[in-house]
Design a binder for this molecule. Sequence first.
Ligand code: CA
Length: 120
Amino acid sequence: MRIYRPAAAVATAGACVLLPGCLTLFSKTEVVRAEETRRPVRFENAQAAETFNKALKDKDNDGNLGGACFGVPFVTLYARQKKLGDNARFNDAVGRCDTDQDGLITGHEADIFAKVCGCD
Ligand SMILES: [Ca+2]
């Protein structure tokens, strides 16, 4: 019987690591660069603005910068997430999209941004 105890302890420890919880007891989301204001930007035309805004909205990464969690099977005791503020996310997207940094997003730049995001 004593032989099975270490195996059970290893199985329990493995389950704790590999099976994250379904119930979260404490969760915290930290917003990074939350106080940032939107940088001014112009669009060549309405189509460029629509393409850019759709790509930004559909982008997979919703400003999530990652996080950590700790728990036992089916119960997460503590989860922490870091998320980029909405304006900071917008500014970063404008910085990537406006390739010549002239403050004007052309239709071509918006199309490239949408393709790079995989959102077209
Ligand atoms: Ca430009």
